[in-house]
Design a protein around this ligand. Structure first.
Ligand code: SF4
Length: 119
């Protein structure tokens, strides 16, 4: 868990600064063996996954800057097959993203989509 938080903070700093260069190289060095691509289910977005009441203004701005949407405009590119996606855990309904805190759904998408290295 501590390793993920460190990676999240690293990535967040690059997004905040407007720089995304180097992230792909950094990610190739990260261990992604423990991650799965989630269910990949399509369908209605669970309501809790749209609740941003516990999300800081900073993370809301990062989410907005990344142009996150709950339904991807590009069906072949969704959060569920993004390398930065964090599948739901601990019985939670929503997944997450390494770029910002707050709920993320498998059907979502943002401009920082990175192909999953699973497979
Ligand atoms: Fe995060 Fe964007 Fe990837 Fe979704 S597509 S997991 S919001 S980086």
């Amino acid at each position: 868990m501590k390793k993920v938080c460190g990676r999240r903070e690293f990535i967040r700093m690059h997004v905040i600064s407007g720089s995304f260069l180097g992230i792909a190289a950094a990610l190739t060095r990260c261990d992604s063996a423990s991650r799965s691509s989630g269910s990949g289910e399509k369908g209605p977005v669970p309501e809790p996954c749209e609740d941003l009441s516990g999300v800081s203004e900073n993370d809301r701005q990062i989410r907005e800057k990344a142009a996150y949407v709950t339904v991807s405009p590009q069906p072949e590119k969704t959060c569920s097959n993004c390398h930065l996606y964090l599948p739901p855990s601990g019985g939670k309904a929503c997944g997450g993203c390494m770029l910002f805190k707050g709920p993320v759904v498998p059907s979502g998408y943002c401009t920082y989509w990175v192909p999953s290295q699973a497979g």
